[in-house]
Design a binder for this molecule. Structure first.
Ligand code: UP5
Ligand code: MG
Length: 196
């Protein structure tokens, strides 16, 4: 059977930069399937049959990045069962281990269209996370201590991955400090240009 090579867009940006919010809008407008690595991990953590539940909980609370084989397996499975061929992969790859695992396991089977980067200073996104936590998000990492750890890991480990793709001229950046609607206006322009 001749299957189409799936298209993938990575959506990266600091914690609370608006990745999930904007992905939901891209799904509606452009028909992508949204795969949030964080959401898949949080779901797996609640699966009583999973052997990784405790490990995932600890990593997420500490803001640490889960070993790539776990995350990649969840992403590959979700891509497969969707039966679709256009994916937004939100919040991955976040470090060198993620990038290596992706390149080893998946990269050759998909077409990476570009990296959408939501640029937002930490003063802005930390405020959003605290507001979300205060509003009862239920996320074990929406507290000041976890958020600070997530921010440090983003700065030290994820920024170099974005730079790697920037050197390949694959990064498209939007100003994520604007209103949700304004950010999406900018994102639409990018997707329209790749959709032709
Ligand atoms: N909001 C959004 N946009 C706004 C705007 N333009 N103006 C004003 N407010 C705006 O948004 C966050 C909040 O801000 C919301 O309340 C929203 O209304 C508001 P959201 O869209 O949720 O932002 P997002 O970038 O998705 O934030 P999230 O908290 O999900 O980002 P993280 O990157 O921290 O979380 P993620 O779920 O990706 O990862 C969590 C943890 O999982 C990681 O720390 C790590 O431990 C683990 N993980 C891995 O180990 N490996 C992976 O590959 C992925 C995750
Ligand atoms: Mg998110």
């Amino acid at each position: 059977v001749n299957k189409m090579v799936p298209n993938v867009v990575f959506v990266l940006g600091g914690p609370g930069s608006g990745k999930g919010t904007q992905c939901a809008k891209i799904v509606k407008e452009f028909g992508y399937v949204h795969l949030s690595a964080g959401d898949l991990l949080r779901e797996e953590r609640l699966n009583p049959k999973s052997e990784f539940g405790e490990l995932i909980e600890e990593y997420i609370r500490e803001g640490k990045i889960v070993p790539v084989d776990i995350t990649c397996s969840l992403l590959e499975r979700a891509m497969e069962i969707s039966g679709k061929d256009k994916f937004l992969i939100d919040g991955f790859p976040r470090n060198q281990d993620n990038l290596d695992g992706w390149n080893r396991r998946v990269a050759d089977k998909v077409h990476l269209q570009f990296i959408l980067c939501l640029e937002c200073p930490s003063s802005v996104f930390m405020g959003r996370l605290m507001a979300r936590g205060a509003a009862g998000s239920g996320r074990s990492d929406d507290n000041l201590v976890s958020a600070q750890k997530r921010l440090n890991i983003f700065t030290n480990e994820t920024t170099p991955i974005i730079d790697h793709y920037r050197n390949l001229n694959m990064v498209r950046t939007v100003d994520a400090t604007q209103s949700i609607e304004k950010v999406f206006e900018d994102i639409k322009v990018l997707f329209k240009s790749v959709e032709g």
